[in-house]
Design a protein around this ligand. Structure first.
Ligand code: ACO
Length: 332
């Protein structure tokens, strides 16, 4: 069976954005605190009537164009998200929007680890010989669930989407693009980061049939320090494990392309890998934490700017709600 290769990447973010100064008007915070504690300067958020699927479609078209394949050649559309437009997911809307009529489409939920989990999933289908062309999207619109009075979370998150095309290498002897990976979960840590379904105003059926018109999810809750500690503990380990499975030394890594949550977490991971800051892809300042979108967004920018080149080896790591984590060493 063939090994996988990455042949295209694309991304899309809403035009509307909020600067740190905009947030100063909403909560007791200031630009200096946000920049020094997180590295974030602004974040894009969906405008009225705008959907995540629209950004999925735009990202997909850009990735397919770079890949040089048509939407009809896709076998699978995998949308990694925790905040779909529709309870039943975004993937089918993207499939219809780009005209990937042959493809099966479904969503995958693993919070900020979603994109790496999606990439690993795509590689398994290709290695098994089940599919040849897979579109993996990572997108989130967590602005929908933010309590804009909570300064501990509203400063962090932004909306956006990114996509990659993963295809079977026509050369059967070629090595894969996913050189090694490691993933994990810890449901006991859910208490530190969650967004619960709230059916509080739903009447039980025993009290008579009523429409469930107010069924929804509540606000995102996060114990920032706990998640921070979890991230700086987990990311180096998951990258070490992925390197070991790739049979590689950390000196062989060209770029760190990890989940963009906090500049201090990026710096800690880079230091551990011995990578200088110019080898760390960071776009937090512009977008904040875009959850499952952050890795493909960062990858897309670095590839289009000509920084990441064919053959470069990337260390990727996602971590977040669940709790979940996933690391991968990937050849671009
Ligand atoms: N502006 C000003 N002050 C603030 C703000 C704010 N926006 N937010 C908190 N503070 C205050 C706190 O109240 C506290 O004040 P006190 O000392 O008087 O009690 C002080 O600043 C320090 O607060 P900490 O929470 O200790 O600040 P910390 O340095 O940990 O930074 C942050 C907070 C940025 C949230 C950090 O903990 C972090 O980045 N955590 C990780 C979050 C993350 O990575 N999430 C990823 C997963 S997301 C997902 O999966 C969906």
């Amino acid at each position: 069976n063939a090994a996988e290769m990455l042949i295209g990447v694309g991304s899309s973010v809403p035009e509307t954005f909020l600067t740190n100064h905009d947030l100063e008007k909403l909560v007791d915070t200031n630009d200096e605190w946000i920049v020094t504690r997180t590295g974030i300067r602004k974040r894009h958020v969906l405008g009225k009537g705008e959907t995540l699927s629209q950004h999925g479609i735009t990202s997909a078209k850009r990735a397919l164009e770079m890949a040089g394949i048509s939407a009809q050649e896709l076998d699978l559309v995998l949308f990694c998200t925790s905040s779909p437009d529709d309870l039943f997911g975004c993937a089918c809307q993207v499939q219809a929007g780009i005209g990937a009529s042959r493809a099966v489409a479904f969503d995958l939920t693993a919070a900020c680890s979603g994109f790496v989990v999606g990439l690993v999933t795509a590689a398994q289908y290709i290695r098994a010989g089940t599919y040849r062309n897979v579109l993996v999207l990572g997108g989130d619109a967590l602005s929908r669930f933010i309590d804009w009075r909570d300064r501990g979370t509203c400063i962090l998150f932004g909306d956006g989407c990114g996509a990659v095309v993963v295809s079977a290498n026509p050369d059967p002897a070629a090595p894969g693009a996913l050189l090694g990976h490691d993933m994990g979960s810890d449901g006991a840590g859910r208490k530190h980061l969650y967004c619960d379904f709230t059916g509080a105003d739903l009447k039980p059926l025993s009290e008579g049939a009523a429409p469930s018109s107010h069924a929804s999810y509540g606000n995102l809750h996060m114990a920032g320090q706990e998640v921070f500690k979890f991230a700086v503990r987990t990311v180096p380990t998951v990258i070490d494990n992925a390197l070991a499975r790739a049979n590689m030394q950390k000196e062989e890594v060209d770029w760190l392309v990890m989940h963009q949550a906090n500049q201090r977490i990026l710096d800690a991971a880079a230091q551990r890998l011995g990578l200088p800051s110019e080898r760390v892809v960071s776009n937090l300042a512009q977008y904040g934490n875009t959850s499952a979108a952050s890795i493909p967004l960062a990858l897309d920018e670095a590839v289009r700017e000509g920084r990441i080149r064919a053959g470069d080896k990337l260390a990727m790591a996602g971590f977040g709600a669940g709790l979940t984590w996933a690391g991968a060493i990937v050849r671009w």
